[in-house]
Design a protein around this ligand. Sequence first.
Ligand code: 4AD
Ligand code: MG
Length: 456
Amino acid sequence: MKHIDIVSLYNDPAYIGQEVTVCGWVRTSRDSKTVAFIELNDGTSLKHLQIVLDKEALGDVGAYMPLGTSLKVEGVLVASERNGVEVNASAIQVLGACPGEYPLQKKRCTLEFLRTIPHLRVRTNTFNAIFRVRSVMAAAIHRYFQERHYVYVNTPLITASDCEGAGEMFKVTTIGWSDQYKTAEEYYADDFFGRRAGLSVSGQLEGEMAAMAFGKIYTFGPSFRAENSITPRHVAEFWHVEPEVAFAELPDIIEIATEMIKYIISDVMEKCPAELEFFDKFFEKGLIEKLQGVVDSDFVVLDYTDAIELLKKADVEFKYPVDWGCDLQTEHERYITEVIYKKPVFVTNYPKDIKSFYMKQNPDGKTVAATDLLVPGVGEIIGCSEREADLDKLLAAMEARGMGLEEYQDYIDLRRFGSVPHSGFGLGFERILMYVTGVANIRDAQLFPRTVGSIR
Ligand code: 4AD
Ligand code: MG
């Protein structure tokens, strides 16, 4: 089936006047006495291609008109003042008929309804635009790191260690429900790996090991969280970008994260102007201006202790009280980014008790060299830190958290053999996609989101 992508017909004027073949799905159709019009979409472009049907030449066109029908169309591509180009059809073949119960009819469907038909919602303009941006952004992320000597590594998805230590790991086991074991030890000893295993929440620990050899690495793959939180920002399976950089301290990694975010936003602005206009119109007014602002301006770097002071002075009643030592809640993060600064903010130097064991302990004994990047509308998109490179301090932090050291032997060993200062971060790929598109619910940033109580 020799057909041409619709996007190529729009982009390459050499096709005008030529006989072309296009395939796609009917998005809208309109019948009149002598001519009929079909807007065909093949997914390669947000814009549909208008097909003009001369009813005298083609006979009964009824079978081509129902929305969702898939067609193969042959005809001459002609310039059109209204549409740029259109096809005067000479032959049409129905590839797959589509009955009237097809849920995507003319009326715009709500995002909530579309979530109930994940296999079909991808055929809408909204999802065409979201997934084009997602794809362009993924390529930009790879390009950013590849151009800067990073090695792309793939860390295991099945793991025996819990990177974040937050108890949010899905179990991996081949033993179903069973009452034959008296203790957990017996159970795990009999299991596939002979010990407890789970789906990785982060590739960081293995990433650090690779960075201790390759200097600069990044991962880009799925992470899993069994968080029991139903929010517009949490899914059980998300895509995670995790660079790890040897010899980088906290200010260095903040600089890298800033540069990377600006790079990928610039790239999407350059490659997806039609998609961003669509989002600006239907999802977030002023989106393009916002993104330009992000590219052009500095990000705020705000010490946690100063953030607490700002929140205490704030003229609003927070649901969760603010005190030094507390974890910042969504309402606090939103106040900082949306009310005070109206742009991305790195909050740095969090209290050590609310952060992970691997973070470098600051000389004050109370805080760690960690930072979260918060953005308006979404909240945290990056979790970042300099890593504790000192063996004794690392062991003390693990012991203070009651962690079993056996699972982390390789990681601990790393501090014994030529340890160096190093830093890294984790960027939630869907979270930045939400920020760049203005899409408010993470369930609309994935093809098939998995959330508490929901999988298909
Ligand atoms: O802040 P987190 O938990 O940090 C880590 O996992 C570190 N090990 C990263 C590192 O330093 N290499 O997660 C990093 C980011 C968050 O900022 C968020 O964007 C995203 O991952 N994330 C989620 N995205 C969607 N759904 C969830 N349940 C997520 N949990 C984290
Ligand atoms: Mg975090």
